[in-house]
Design a protein around this ligand. Sequence first.
Ligand SMILES: CC(C)(COP(=O)(O)OP(=O)(O)OC[C@H]1O[C@@H](n2cnc3c(N)ncnc32)[C@H](O)[C@@H]1OP(=O)(O)O)[C@@H](O)C(=O)NCCC(=O)NCCS
Length: 227
Amino acid sequence: MIIETERLLIRPWRFGDAPRVLDIQSRMEVIKWLGETHPVPMQNLTQARERIARYNARSQQPPLGCWAIEVRETGVVAGSVLLLKLPKAEHGEVEIGWHLHPDSWGHGVATEAAAVVLAHALASGLPEVLALTHVGNLPSQGVMRRIGMEPLGVVDKWYDGPSLVFRADHRSAQRSVDSSGTPETPRGSVRGESGTLPDVPERDPGEAQAHDHDRIPHEEVRPLRRR
Ligand SMILES: CC(C)(COP(=O)(O)OP(=O)(O)OC[C@H]1O[C@@H](n2cnc3c(N)ncnc32)[C@H](O)[C@@H]1OP(=O)(O)O)[C@@H](O)C(=O)NCCC(=O)NCCS
């Protein structure tokens, strides 16, 4: 899959990106948030190439995948955006995620990439997309909010330890598209297909609600308490 946005190209990883993958994955300030209980910094280019092969293997079942985010103007790869089945998924739950090199933080790159990938996921037929984050990862929660995802609360499933879980479905996507302010309607086009990203289809609210209760039992979600 290749998606173009105003500033970005969402594209498959290439083996030539290995030095950048190594630079990103060797940084504790990035990998400490990626869900490993004991994250280990990447050591060398061989590991980076293996990681790229894994990213591409995970992109073989559309709409799932793990893609490079390239800044069109400079050609610099800012980081990754992904759409994958959650670890230990019981009902095929899919999460969206992102991580950028610190030199690319603070420019709205993650938000721009995530918004189009989320729109593509829902337009491709996924009924909902989740995003999980460490409760202390405020920058990532900012991305989730800006792309119109709704916070549900804290869960202990899927990853070790508590995670704050956000969700988007066709209703939240529609609300996001309808709203005049942030987040903006994602603008992008899938290369090789004519036109822009498909419109978000209308859903029967009753159907969506029944689905919500199926997915995450309420007793598994608790409110976030900040001190
Ligand atoms: C999570 C992560 C991708 C967020 O990066 P980010 O730069 O804060 O997010 P965005 O790319 O959406 O940029 C938003 C910031 O850019 C600013 N910005 C500048 N130009 C912008 C634009 N055109 N559009 C939107 N925001 C813009 C925003 O004001 C915001 O800054 P603020 O947080 O100071 O208010 C980054 O912190 C990261 O890679 N962390 C390590 C890995 C990680 O935590 N991954 C997520 C695991 S759940």
